[in-house]
Ligand binder design. Structure first.
Ligand code: KG4
Ligand code: ZN
Length: 349
């Protein structure tokens, strides 16, 4: 350990990205490699768990070697190993977790089983030695969550989607338009050239008395519209993408702000793949200053699935465990395919 600053190697393999990162302290990211299998799964129109795990198994040794080669570090420089333990696809999680355990056992280093959603959740604060009290909005392909964060490891889900995740809705609309999977970023790009007021789509649960979301009705509205009125010009396609995106952004922004107010918080962290959405970023950025809010977005390279965010959580957990005199998670820690954070409606602190 150099000057008391630990070096953590983390592996992420919860879905179709095989990723490895090496982080020194909380902010010195030496390497973050991501090998995406998106093209392989695109043939099936979605991620096939068995195919994902076989590709993780084939790719991981190569990516680990590359991470060491790129940083000129050797295994003796690593103070702790970490891997995503869940939520995610069980066969895919097992590959990364088993690799990290093997490395930790072989080099007699502590091992940390990290929650993938905690990785997304804390990513807007990457580099910081303290995690502030805040509200986290996680918008990814699998989840749409509002999480009240009291500090490291103290999380309460205060809002979530009742059906599709925001990213899933983007991907489904992309599919309806014949775009490749995952099409969220393409819909966003097309929307840049369209008129967001051209079509009127529903803002489901906008006025519900809770912090929950629903995006499946919106996707169905897009489907009905396409059945009635085929989109034949580039202009109409751009208008549809812009109108759909506007509906998603309206709901995400309105409900996040209301939730901040209910909880009496001024800091919002936005993470997950949909945090790359330009309209979402613009809307949050424009209203942050006048509303007196501190709105942080996960940095580049840390919005889609990656191992840097897993290493960041592990670095915090390593620091906390050293303070408590413990040495990481038990080596027989199992995967957990589902998220198990406590859930309750938002209420003032
Ligand atoms: O965080 P992530 O890797 O997913 C999970 O961990 O589940 O994010 C992937 C999701 C996909 O649904 C993708 O279409 C969406 O994020 N996405 C976007 C954009 N970039 C990625 N959705 C809307 N606008 C974007 N610019
Ligand atoms: Zn993710």
């Amino acid at each position: 350990m150099k000057n008391g600053t630990p070096t953590v190697l983390a592996i992420e393999s919860s879905c179709d990205e095989t990723a490895v990162a090496i982080l020194v302290g909380f902010d010195d990211l030496r390497v973050s490699l991501v090998a995406s299998q998106a093209e392989i799964h695109a043939r099936y129109g979605g991620v096939v768990p068995e195919v994902a795990s076989r590709n993780h198994l084939a790719d991981l040794p190569r990516i680990l070697r590359e991470a060491f080669a790129k940083t000129n570090l050797s295994a003796s420089c690593i103070d702790a190993y970490a891997a995503t333990a869940g939520p995610g696809l069980a066969p895919a999680l097992l590959v990364g977790l088993s690799h990290a355990k093997g490395l930790a056992i072989g080099s007699r280093r502590p091992f940390f089983a990290v929650n993938h959603m905690e990785g997304h959740l804390l990513s807007p604060f990457f580099g910081e030695p303290q995690i502030p009290r805040h509200l986290g909005l996680i918008v990814s392909g699998g989840h749409t969550l509002l999480v009240s964060v009291n500090g490291l490891s103290s999380y309460q889900i205060v809002g979530q989607t009742c059906d599709d995740a925001a990213g899933e809705a983007f991907d489904k609309v992309a599919k309806l338009l014949g775009l490749p999977y995952p099409g969220g970023a393409i819909v966003d790009e097309l929307a840049e050239h369209g008129d967001p007021t051209a079509f009127r789509f529903p803002r489901s649960m906008l006025h519900s008395n809770d912090a929950n979301f629903s995006f499946s009705g919106l996707k169905t509205s897009v489907r009905y519209l396409l059945e009635k009125q085929p989109i034949e010009t580039e202009r109409a396609r751009a208008d549809l993408c812009a109108s759909f995106r506007e509906a998603v952004v309206d709901v995400l922004v309105t409900k996040s702000l209301r939730c901040l107010e209910t909880l009496g918080l001024r800091t919002l962290g936005v993470s997950g793949g949909v945090a790359s959405n330009r309209a979402l970023k613009r809307r949050f950025s424009t209203l942050a200053k006048p509303a007196g809010l501190d709105i942080r977005f996960a940095p580049d390279g840390m919005r889609m699935d990656n191992a840097a965010m897993i290493a960041f959580v592990a670095a915090h957990r390593f620091a906390a465990s050293r303070e408590q005199g413990s040495s990481g998670d038990p080596i027989d820690t199992d995967i957990f395919p589902r998220l198990d954070w406590p859930t309750s409606p938002p209420s003032p602190a």
